[in-house]
Ligand binder design. Structure first.
Ligand code: GCW
Length: 695
């Protein structure tokens, strides 16, 4: 049964009988033809996957051939063909010629299924798309041409070489142990399979707080073994670098990015890596951030630092993801104008145009750090001559660490669909990330995932919807979060309508609920930020150098980020947006305290309540909603899934989720009481409904 967790949404569960009937258009004697006979090629893997999927879903045992002519001679009436456009030698028909790299064409006409990729990876994506259809009982004819929104669709793992994972909540690393790459890479290959099915094409294996010893000869060979395990799924590997490696590992006197010995050291290391891994994806760099070394140490610019690596990988076709998460973590809290939120634009704006073409600046979605609600990072508006990627976090660092159900796609959409109005022109964040808005070729998405050895990858079955949604949104950010969730639910749990409506309704309610019982109105999540990043600790936000301040006192709450009287952060947005955030009257309520320092008695635009009463009510409402998750899930116990047979969800996963939702229901009450009580004790303003404080 653990297989159910391991396979995630790729279970290929048998279809209920009444849906199987629709499969009649697909003869049980169909032949699969995969136009590549090299076992490690994605097209070959696609053939195998189609074979396994059709076996699981329909019980068919189909033969797999690698030669179109050969299969025609078997006289089969139906062929499921998968390959690249080039291998099929398609005389350009249709609009298939418009496919971008990694794109695919899926054509289903009766028993004939044709899946052609622009490249091998695209063919595999097309096969997974077809399998997703039939696993949901959809046997309709389709003619689908699909290309990615952006070329960079990567995941980042924060795995340390000792096997621990920074902000990982699902056990030890599947890649590293005791300073080296593990021997058994079965899980790495299984992970690559999941990633390919959501069209992720790259993975950075190790923590951005990187250890230089990853670059020893032995470890580079270990990286090669990981790359070999993931390559059949079209997933290219990359690594995070420690900027000081030439000194700490190489024994040089310096790590100055402009020093010829340093340049030579990186050039050599990079060549060695590419010798072992010819399709190595590239580097991710966290420099001059939270104590990490970087170019600023030598008075060089961040662009000098990024370009050092860009030159090293350029001849090999690699890219450099350079993180914009650079800020001073020793800010002076008594300085009213100090603001960590200003840092990304302050550090990077003037560098626009100074990065080489194979550098991508990787920007966290908000200006602080993966909070439950943030406005989009204004840096997205300031790099018209630089490649940009957004960094999202699937690993729920501040969002309940996978022991709370929080479906994140709606949060991400609030950022991706935000119009930054650069130069007064429509400038959705997602059209900046696709490269369209500023005419950039290289751009995209990075998701911090942090899977571990836990058999369900993330430590929570429900959390896997976030990984699923991330991959699909990176491919096509116009997709609807609820539709993605419904697909995921059918594939992961069951086709039962009751399961579908339950999982959908609790997941869609989960982000608003979490926001309500943690930090609402844009005051950040209010988790403990000094140690665990888990559980309520509003006091930990203020009076320290981290700059995640709320500025709450007995009368006022919120950061004044206005230009007129505050930190000026609002002014980092293009004028239309800046004007909107400058005044409380035009700032959306959910971001009020992000931008404004107001009395607790300030009235909200939306419901006309005071800030403090809204805070009390939201905390009670959010915790109440979380009680409902548990009740709704528990009610599924008796659902037999219609024709799916008794018990729509296996007992193991059902009980796991039940346990987790029970925890969440309890912890939501802890959150409610801690936060409502904290602000009551600060403000001494009574709750109109008499629920909070002493009676
Ligand atoms: O929020 C902080 C996290 C760190 C993380 C850092 C970053 C990997 O608490 O654990 O370090 O962000 O993103 O670099």
């Amino acid at each position: 049964v653990a297989e159910n967790g391991l396979n995630g949404w790729l279970r290929y569960a048998p279809l209920p009988d009444e849906l199987r009937q629709h499969a009649s258009s697909l003869p049980s004697r169909a032949v699969i033809v995969a136009l590549n006979e090299t076992e490690t090629s994605p097209v070959y893997v696609a053939g195998k996957e189609l074979q396994a999927g059709l076996k699981g879903v329909l019980g068919y045992t189909l033969s797999l051939s690698h030669n179109l002519n050969l299969s025609a001679s078997t006289n089969s009436s139906a062929i499921i063909l998968v390959g690249t456009l080039a291998a099929y030698n398609l005389s350009v028909k249709h609009n298939v010629s418009t496919l971008a790299a990694d794109g695919f064409w899926l054509n289903v006409k009766g028993g004939q299924v044709t899946i052609l990729g622009q490249n091998e990876r695209g063919a595999l994506y097309g096969a997974f798309e077809y399998l997703s259809m039939i696993a949901q009982g959809d046997f309709s004819d389709v003619d689908l041409v699909s290309s990615p929104s952006a070329p960079i669709r990567w995941v980042n793992e924060w795995d340390n070489l000792d096997g621990t994972i920074e902000r990982g909540y699902a056990g030890a690393s599947i890649f590293f142990r005791n300073g080296a790459v593990v021997e058994d890479l079965t899980r790495a290959a299984q992970y690559a399979r999941l990633l390919a099915s959501i069209r992720i094409n790259g993975i950075v294996l190790n923590n951005v707080n990187a250890n230089a010893t990853l670059l020893t000869a032995e470890n580079m060979d270990g990286l090669g073994r990981i790359a070999d395990a993931m390559r059949p799924y079209g997933v290219q590997v990359g690594i995070s670098l420690n900027f000081a490696s030439p000194q700490t590992l190489g024994g040089l006197a310096t790590f100055d990015p402009l020093d010829p010995s340093v340049v030579g050291w990186w050039t050599d290391k990079t060549a060695q890596l590419y010798q072992r891994i010819p399709d190595f994806a590239g580097y991710l760099v966290k420099a001059n951030s939270e104590g990490q070394p970087g170019p600023l140490t030598y008075n060089r610019t961040l662009a000098d630092g990024a370009n050092l690596f860009a030159r090293a990988v350029l001849p090999h076709g690699g890219v450099v993801m350079f993180r914009a998460f650079v800020y001073n973590n020793h800010l002076d809290p008594s300085d009213w104008k100090a603001d960590r939120a200003n840092a990304a634009v302050d550090f990077f704006q003037h560098l626009d145009g100074h990065f080489l073409d194979n550098v991508v600046v990787q920007i966290k979605y908000g200006p602080i750090d993966f909070q439950v609600r943030e406005p989009p990072s204004p840096l997205f508006a300031h790099l018209p001559h630089t490649n940009a990627a957004i960094e999202l976090q699937i690993s729920q660092e501040y969002l309940g660490q996978q022991s709370h159900l929080v479906y994140l796609a709606p949060l991400w959409k609030s950022i991706l669909d935000f119009d930054l109005c650069v130069d007064g022109q429509p400038s959705l964040v997602r059209s900046i990330l696709s490269g369209a808005r500023f005419g950039r070729k290289l751009s995209g998405y990075a998701g911090v995932v942090n899977v571990g050895t836990n058999p369900n990858w993330l430590g929570s079955h429900m959390a896997m919807s976030n990984l699923f949604a991330f991959g699909h949104l990176a491919w096509d950010p116009t997709q609807n979060p609820q539709t993605l969730l419904e697909t995921w639910t059918r594939l992961t749990f069951s086709l039962s309508p009751t399961v579908l409506s339950t999982v959908t309704s609790i997941s869609m309610a989960s982000w608003p609920a979490y926001e309500n019982y943690t930090g609402n109105l844009g005051m950040q999540t209010l988790t403990d930020i000094l140690y665990t990043h888990f559980g309520p600790n509003p006091a930990s936000h203020d009076n320290n150098g981290w700059g995640q301040w709320t500025r709450a006192d007995s009368t006022f709450i919120g950061m004044d980020r206005t230009v007129s009287n505050g930190t000026g952060f609002a002014g980092q947005y293009p004028p239309d947006i800046a004007a909107q955030f400058e005044a409380p009257a035009t700032t959306p309520d959910e971001l009020l305290l992000w931008f404004h320092h107001v009395p607790y008695t300030h009235r909200l635009r939306g419901d006309g309540k005071t800030v403090i009463q809204h805070l009390y009510d939201a905390h009670y409402a959010g915790a109440q909603t979380a009680q409902g998750f548990l009740a709704a899930w528990a009610a599924l116990r008796d659902d037999d899934g219609g024709a799916a047979g008794a018990g729509a969800i296996d007992a193991e996963r059902f009980d796991d989720v039940l346990f987790q939702l029970t925890y969440q229901a309890g912890h939501a009450l802890v959150w409610r009481d801690a936060i409502a009580g904290f602000y009551h004790n600060l403000s001494w303003i009574a709750d109109e409904h008499g629920r909070v404080g002493y009676h």
